[in-house]
Design a protein around this ligand. Structure first.
Ligand code: 1GP
Length: 247
């Protein structure tokens, strides 16, 4: 995908228009051993994934570059960075979700890290996809809340979630990401997905705590344009083997 720059967002928009649902496998470099990469790649190839997201709240493991190189050499899917901070930027991916944590009031995650990242990103060929990132309370504290030191929005406060998503859209973000947090006890509710999807015109990503194939389908049906699966695939690389391709 590397030379086809600046098309990933366009493809997401096209998929939304065509009601084609997208699915990303999220790989956290911290949870992957180099020796397991070939087997992982094979499982991704057999999966219905349309995108690969790479990142984590904190990445201390230095296999990021190696992982990206291996993915690029073996898989013809868009590789999108989903970084917890500017140290997770690499030119070996195709695009980056340029996140602003709109649900929180920690200025580091609203704008400071973006300012630090901008000059680094300018020197890469990465497609920059501005993303309004909204963390929703999901039953217990998640890594995103802990690391960002922000309070997630309450699940019941649909009005606030909607206003936050709409503010993101008005600020010009290209995507809204409704995040329950990795390994969340409760995924984003279908009611919330449906409300947001109906009331913003940009594509909606949903992730966190989705652990069954049925949940993926339901999130898609409720209006998610792209669903992210991290933990379920991490725990069982054969997770998708019973799924019928949705692409
Ligand atoms: C986390 O939304 C992603 O940022 C995926 O969450 O690991 O719970 O699938 P899971």
């Amino acid at each position: 995908m590397q030379n086809q720059t600046k098309i990933i967002y366009h493809e997401i928009l096209k998929a939304k228009e065509a009601h084609k649902k997208l699915l990303a496998i999220l790989l956290d470099p911290d949870k992957i051993e180099v020796k397991s990469i070939p087997a992982l790649v094979q499982k991704i190839q057999l999966s219905p994934a349309t995108h690969i997201f790479v990142g984590g709240s904190i990445v201390t493991n230095f296999i990021l570059e190696e992982l990206l190189t291996e993915l690029r050499n073996s898989i013809d899917l868009p590789i999108v960075l989903f970084p917890g901070d500017p140290t997770q930027i690499s030119d070996k991916a195709d695009a980056i979700l340029f996140l602003s944590l709109l649900s929180g009031r920690n200025s580091d995650y609203l704008i400071e890290y973006q300012v630090q990242a901008a000059p680094i990103l300018k020197k890469t060929n990465l497609e920059i996809i501005s993303t309004g990132y909204i963390l929703i309370e999901s039953g217990s504290e998640t890594a995103v809340a802990r690391v960002s030191k922000t309070t997630p929005l309450q699940r019941e406060n649909l009005d606030l979630v909607l206003a936050t998503a709409q503010a993101g859209e008005m600020l010009g973000t290209k995507l809204i990401y409704l995040e329950a947090g990795s390994g969340a006890k409760q995924a984003i509710s279908l009611q919330m997905i449906s409300l947001i999807a109906k009331n913003v015109s940009i594509p909606v990503i949903v992730g966190g705590g989705i652990v069954t194939l049925r949940q993926i389908q339901e999130a898609h049906q409720a209006g998610a344009d792209l669903v992210v699966i991290g933990t379920a695939f991490e725990n069982d690389n054969g997770f998708f083997e019973t799924i019928k391709p949705t692409k």
